[in-house]
Design a protein around this ligand. Structure first.
Ligand SMILES: Nc1ncnc2c1ncn2[C@@H]1O[C@H](COP(=O)(O)OP(=O)(O)OP(=O)(O)O)[C@@H](O)[C@H]1O
Ligand SMILES: [Mg+2]
Length: 361
């Protein structure tokens, strides 16, 4: 049993990975994302500050005829980190090599990759926070001095053979910048913090994807999907595909506000982007516990889910949306939660417990 609330979850098969509004890529996403990825900075929607800063970094490097500084991309899943890494390579006219932290368990794995890089190449290291310690230490030196020490042999006879590397650009991506050791974080010349997207930006993502997928959609239809996409382009693209199916089967193909709303109703994604699990958690909190405070375990039992599922799959978005708050005394619902589910909070009488409306006579 895991009593440590701050322990990172195992990320191999995240609970809720099959949700329509889940932030992680599913099999279908993987197949279509390549086609929907913006190819250069100009096509990349939103993230104005990141785009402007990155544009300067890349332009300056190009003007100097140099390899760009190492870049760290941090942000929630589905916000465009992989996409940006490919854009960095494209903008630099450089090839890109793609690997990930979990794939590099031994320092030797990293040495093999580093020593085969071409000059100027972009090395994309996804989930960089999940690299092993020895590999991480090798990376420090590679990033700073473009050199690695390859250890040959074992025990007292082991020797370190220095190996020069061509200059390269490391692009690291992480959903948890806080887990990166400071010496690693400090070796990046530029860190881009990716934010959730505003509805208007998601509308642009949706119109762009609709064009590429040859789907007809009007402005209101795009706005309706954007409002349910939880600030995440990956979710926007996924909802667009489901609404397209509905529009083809049930209507003439054109996505209007009404069609989008009906389609996402079928998939139980509500006007604010909550799905069935999110609403079950909120409903239990409001109806069974008068809005809380209630402990996580009790809440999980009430909705028939694992504690971790409620905590890691449902709660982050509910907290972000200001519908639920985690307090030392337990989970509580905010006034916005009552309003969203169309329920009336129990009367708060002076000096009363606040639960009399539900539990009183
Ligand atoms: N700014 C953007 N403009 C247009 N489309 C975008 C943008 N950002 C992301 N997308 C689209 O969203 C999808 C997911 O993006 P991407 O794979 O880059 O996310 P990620 O941050 O790498 O996610 P993960 O953390 O799961 O690896 C892609 O299909 C991409 O086309
Ligand atoms: Mg990615």
């Amino acid at each position: 049993m895991n009593w440590d609330d701050t322990a990172p979850s195992t990320e191999d098969a995240p609970a809720g990975a099959d949700r329509l509004v889940g932030p992680d890529a599913d099999g279908e996403d993987t197949a279509v994302e390549a086609a929907l990825r913006p190819k250069d900075l100009a096509e990349f929607v939103g993230q104005e500050r990141v785009r402007e800063q990155l544009d300067l970094v890349l332009r300056a490097a190009r003007a100097r005829g140099a390899t760009a500084d190492h870049v760290l991309l941090s942000g929630a899943p589905g916000l465009g980190k992989t996409t940006l890494s490919m854009i960095i390579a494209a903008e630099m006219g450089a090839p890109i090599r793609i690997t990930s932290g979990p794939a590099i368990q031994h320092a030797g794995d990293l040495a093999a990759i580093l020593s085969s890089l071409q000059e100027g190449e972009v090395l994309f290291l996804d989930e960089i926070h999940r690299m092993s310690r020895p590999a991480e230490e090798m990376l420090y030196m590679a990033m700073e001095d473009f050199r690695v020490d390859v250890i040959v042999g074992k025990g007292p006879g082991a020797t370190a053979i220095p190996l020069e590397l061509p200059p390269f650009t490391l692009v690291g991506a992480t959903t948890r910048a806080g887990l990166l050791p400071p010496p690693l974080r400090d070796r990046f010349g530029f860190t881009a913090h990716m934010e959730f997207y505003a509805p208007a930006e998601l509308e642009r993502v949706i119109h762009r994807s609709a064009g590429l997928l040859d789907v007809e959609i009007d402005a209101d239809g795009a706005a309706e999907i954007a409002g349910r996409s939880r600030g995440t382009p990956r979710i926007a693209n996924r909802l667009l595909r489901r609404v397209r199916d509905y529009a083809q089967v049930k209507a003439d193909g054109l996505i209007t506000r009404e069609i989008a709303s009906q389609a996402l109703g079928v998939y139980e994604v509500d006007a604010r982007g909550l799905d069935r699990l999110d609403r079950a958690v909120l409903t239990a909190l409001l109806k069974l516990f008068g809005g809380g405070p209630v402990g996580l375990s009790t809440l999980a039992v009430a909705v028939g889910e694992e504690r971790e599922t409620v905590e890691e799959v449902a709660e982050p978005f509910l907290v972000r949306e200001g519908l639920l708050a985690r307090t030392p005394r337990g989970r509580i619902a905010t006034p916005a939660a009552w309003a969203h589910l169309g329920l009336v909070p129990p009367q708060h009488q002076p000096g009363g417990s606040g639960q009399q409306g539900l539990f009183g006579p």
